[in-house]
Design a protein around this ligand. Sequence first.
Ligand code: 9WO
Length: 245
Amino acid sequence: MKIDIVTLFPGIFAGPLQESILGRARAKGLVEIGVINLRDSAEGRHRVTDDYPFGGGGGMVLKPEPLFACVEALRRPGSRVILLDPQGRRFSQDVARELATVEHLILLCGRYEGVDERVREHLADDEISIGDYVLTGGELPALVVTDAVVRLLPGALGDEEAPGKDSFGAGLLEGPHYTRPEEFRGRRVPEALLSGDHARIARWRRAQALWRTWRRRPDLLETADLSPEEQKLIEEFKHGKKPEA
Ligand code: 9WO
């Protein structure tokens, strides 16, 4: 897989892309990530990338020419051009799974008051928002999308940390995790986890995940596909029963 990130601020990406799982996935050759300075696609001695908005109103807008030139040099069959923008469709684990199947992602990071509308209409194939807040640009959202997608590529995570069991992998929140010591400041690790009974541990974890989801994110239960036993647990929660602590 290849991911090209088009930005006016390439320096933002140096740290995040070389650390941890992203850095390791690149070193292993699972993904090639390019960071392209949009300014290099701007013409003229001053390489100007922004201009005043028609109609006035202040602020600056990213000009279409450098973005079109940059993307036209990068794109190939199998590319998907994505604008990171608060007006886009909402990013989610499902969208991450979808993007992880695309051969080549081109992520466009807007700045200032936004990009010329013709970029949105005639250059981007897709627009993605990571949430309802205004940032200073699309760079951090591009990193969020990159991180969520790359960790799904086969081999990016170790066997111990395979995706699927984590939050949203199964459409539910994760239950609690504990490590040593068994007792910390008088708080003990739940007995089920110390029992060595693997079936009991699996049941405890499933009940905890369901409980947490029911309490914190009941909306997720609408779409989760639950086994009959799990549906029964939810029914019991509704009648006031709590899972084993
Ligand atoms: C700036 C602005 C100033 C005054 C009034 C309204 C305004 N809206 C914006 C604006 O949306 N600026 C954006 C900044 C332009 C495109 C790049 N920027 C951006 C991307 N901010 N937040 C995102 C973003 C992208 C994806 N998911 C969440 C947020």
